[in-house]
Design a protein around this ligand. Sequence first.
Ligand code: ADP
Ligand code: MG
Length: 625
Amino acid sequence: MPTTDTPVESQPFQAEVSELLHLMVHSVYSETDIFLRELISNASDACDKLRYEAIARPELVADGEPPKIRIVPSKKDTTLTVADSGIGMDRQELIDNLGTIARSGTRSFLSRLTEAKDGAGLIGQFGVGFYSAFMVAERIVVTSRRAGSDEVWTWSSSGGSGFEIARGSEDDAKRIARGTEIVLHLKPDTKKYLETYEIERVVGAYSDNIQFPIELVPEEGEPRQINSASALWQRSKSELKPEDYTQAYKSIAGAFDEPAMTLHYRAEGRYSYAVLLFAPSTKPFDLFEPARKGKGKVKLYVRRVFITDDADLLPAHLRFIRGVIDSEDLPLNISREMLQNNPQLAQIRKAVTSRVVGELESLAEKEPESFAGIWDAFGPVIKEGIYEDFERREKLLALSRFTTTTGEKRTLKQYIADLKPNQTEIYFLIGDSIERLKSNPRLESAAARGIEVLLLTDPVDAFWTSAPLDFGGKPLKSLSQGDVDFDPIPLLDEKAKDMPESNADEAVTIATIKASLGDRVSDVRSSQRLTTSASCLVAGSHGPDRELERLLSQQNRGARTKPILEINLRHPLVAAIAKAEAGSATSNDLSLLLLEQAQILDGELPEDPAAFAARLNRLVLQGMA
Ligand code: ADP
Ligand code: MG
């Protein structure tokens, strides 16, 4: 193999990679252990990929050696080597994977980092993959042979602005028959990772569940396997302890938190498969990234061989679930494309989805605290299912927790149990913050009757509420849309006393306001919602809620329709309009003010702020004169 005639080539890192490396090199993050977990996890992925590719190309594993991972400390050279006999990387893959193409996750990590105070904490939460090795190494040399190739390539970097790429030496070619060898030249203060007990401790803590043997090769003495290398999900529940599951979760999901829910079972019958799934207790920050949307991180195995983490094994609204489904019946050589329309997989997906929802239900009942944690982190995702998963809509609604005008973490079941006499609907109001919603005038009349109202502030709320829904036979009804009829529901005694009599002539007042507002609104009518405020805006009974319209128009999807202005005939401002002459300057000013106030209360600007200010000044001065 030619070694001297290929020059060493230097290449710059992509800007994001550089930024990330700078952070790693200068990291003050104290829990550096995770670098080993990341390297082992990559090695394990590489072994998985080899096994998968070898199904179609058995010649890749002609040597008959099952893939494994080796860890070799050398005090003499101050190096720690992590090597695998997995799929390996060719020249271009080394360049792409370790230098130029930052993962979308890495990018979002960096954008988060600029916002976060505790950047170091984020490293721990997130695990930044290969680059985390620069926390402990001042120089890294990666030498790799892609399975089936006769070329060996070397990538090296000191974590500065770039890396070198060169053909491997003859020695390299002899040493590496297949796979990747990563040599870390440790920083002076990270030499502890050369101690075998340290290595065993870290592997035990993070990587025991790796399915491939991890061999520790001490400087003296015999190599020995330091993990159990079994597929935990294949073992029976009775022989596993809670710690085993936590450990498995961390290593399978690459997570750092504790699982908030664990689901482990074996399905036997028409199809047999093992399921080991977890709900995390903290929210990953790329949960709403478009690339992530609709994609779960449940790994598909077939008879213990990893196939893909890209098959949609769970619906999008359960995409926070992590873990493994291991099928006994699917063919090993199933291609990733074939998985798309595989009826057996569709069956599995359906059954597992129901199991997960069932498990969430029983957790909500038996361990409300744990469920509350899941809901806080993933409620907005689960709610996507209310409009996407028709079959389980009722169940998902029942699982949902709401902040309402009477409390937090309320369920619809509780809501219904507390209905007021004659109340036949479940009321909700959508907005962008609980605080703002609580002072929303549309709540006044409901409050005067003690009616509970769901306060919805997640962006997804505008969507799932857009379909006609009911729960327990009671329709859900928006307080910013259509008519409400509170009349049959009695006023609370103490509130009733505060309500002034209305003496404005309804028809005349409305006609006057309509004349002033023209086509700025679609209608003007007397309100059932208000008790103390003068006016509010609502959407017509058909078409979208005002909040949904606003969200869509912010994203340039759909124009806004004209709202209905509702007025409170008992309010002095409205009474003043009734007294003013129709078409007079005063009645025009007052009418426009009613509209503009309502817009401001909705968090919007009046159409013409300058005219609004002038109008307000005019009226104030008039009052003072
Ligand atoms: P991730 O594992 O999340 O993709 P990493 O930063 O850990 O991100 O690794 C980047 C990429 O480098 C991997 O996706 C893989 O393609 C490649 N890679 C890293 N280590 C190895 C290895 N030991 N063998 C083969 N490929 C590897
Ligand atoms: Mg990785």
